[in-house]
Design a protein around this ligand. Structure first.
Ligand SMILES: NC(=O)c1ccc[n+]([C@@H]2O[C@H](COP(=O)([O-])OP(=O)(O)OC[C@H]3O[C@@H](n4cnc5c(N)ncnc54)[C@H](OP(=O)(O)O)[C@@H]3O)[C@@H](O)[C@H]2O)c1
Length: 335
């Protein structure tokens, strides 16, 4: 057994590429007092990581160069100098792109694997599921009969948003980037309509798919897709602003329509949010998501790439639409 980590070798300008990451060999760490050593089983790669690769002030600090990339992970404890954890325990944490890490016990959380596979705790029962749950229900407040549009609809957050909106009795329209994804949303997840944003007539097709306008727009992507949706909002619309992935690789600020008149004349609410704001309510979200999952009311997909050495490739693929559902890296099986 050896330890390896991926460090940020250079800050990307534009799309991230393999050359921006460097694989390093190092010793497996020993646990210090109050620490556990974890062996990584699954790694989460997420669009927000792209923002942390810039040297710009944001809600979380930039990743330092030449240090391992931080991010959500699931692992198995191999050594413990705490009363709380024993070797063999499965935990989640934020130690990121490393095969082994020594982590303070307070920085990990035990996973009591129940009915769901371990990987689900990084997706539908983890950060992205909770993002969908709180963004849609707390800000979007969908009501039966309303029209909910979600962009990035076949991604980790989007597919949960659309299904919760269906459970709330809404007409759900998804927007995604391939015909396979469109079929998955309508034929397998029960979306009422889904549109490929790469079609040239997106604004007209959206209007047709939303004959009663748009009451809730869950925005994962921004850019021209959001311009087309916002043109259709109804009075009193709610817009949970979750992500802007179409802009993450832009060097310059995006210039688009000025939307304030639309928001004003429709008395609409546009609210940015971060899932971390809901940390003290995560048990509520987890309970609801786990219940819907167990009842078969919530379905999900994962795009799992095998092998730690493929972590940068998995991350880069997010910006090329390679994933349907949550993008993960499988590093090892539990023992
Ligand atoms: N606010 C929060 O707390 C929070 C938490 C988690 C995630 N987010 C945000 O939510 C969004 C979705 O995250 P996720 O984890 O569920 O990722 P994801 O949707 O599973 O993966 C990214 C997807 O974005 C789409 N995409 C990539 N480039 C695009 C572009 N230029 N225009 C339109 N779509 C593009 C691709 O699908 P297509 O094939 O459809 O293009 C890709 O598969 C991201 O913007 C992320 O930053 C926010």
């Amino acid at each position: 057994m050896k330890n390896q980590q991926f460090v940020l070798a250079a800050r990307p300008e534009g799309l991230p590429e393999e050359k921006h990451f460097r694989l390093e060999d190092l010793a497996i760490p020993a646990a210090g007092s109050g620490q556990v050593v974890v062996k990584t089983l699954y790694l989460s790669v997420d669009p927000y990581m792209r923002g942390r690769m810039n040297d710009r002030k944001s809600y979380s600090p930039p990743f330092p160069l030449d240090k391992p990339i931080a991010g959500g992970a699931i692992g198995q404890v191999t050594e413990s100098l705490t009363e709380t954890y024993r070797p063999g325990d499965i935990v989640s944490g934020f130690w990121g792109w490393q095969r082994f890490a020594a982590v303070d016990a307070g920085q990990v959380r035990r996973i009591e694997a129940g009915g769901a596979p371990l990987s689900a705790y990084l997706g539908v029962l983890g950060m992205t599921g909770l993002t969908a749950y709180f963004g849609l229900l707390d800000i979007g407040k969908p009501q039966p009969g309303e029209t909910v549009v979600v962009s990035g609809a076949a991604g980790a957050v989007g597919l949960v948003v659309g299904q919760i909106a269906k459970l709330k009795g809404c007409r759900v329209v998804g927007i995604a980037g391939s015909e396979d994804k469109i079929r998955y949303l309508t034929e397998e997840l029960g979306f009422d309509a889904a549109l490929n944003y790469k079609r040239p007539d997106l604004p007209a097709a959206l209007q047709e798919a939303c004959p009663n306008g748009v009451d809730v727009y869950f925005d994962n992507v921004g850019g021209t897709v959001s311009d087309a949706v916002l043109a259709l909002i109804n009075p009193g619309a709610r817009i949970p602003l979750c992500g802007q992935i179409s802009l993450y690789n832009n060097g310059k600020p995006d210039v688009g329509p000025r939307i304030q008149p639309l928001l004003l004349t429709n008395t609409a609410l546009l609210q940015g949010f971060l899932v971390g704001q809901y940390a003290d309510r995560s048990a509520e979200g987890m309970e609801a998501l786990a219940k819907w999952l167990a009842e078969g009311k919530l379905r999900y997909r994962e795009n799992i790439i095998e092998g730690f050495e493929n972590t940068p490739q998995a991350f880069i693929g997010l910006f090329h639409g390679d994933n349907t559902g949550k993008q993960l890296v499988k590093v090892a099986d539990p023992v």
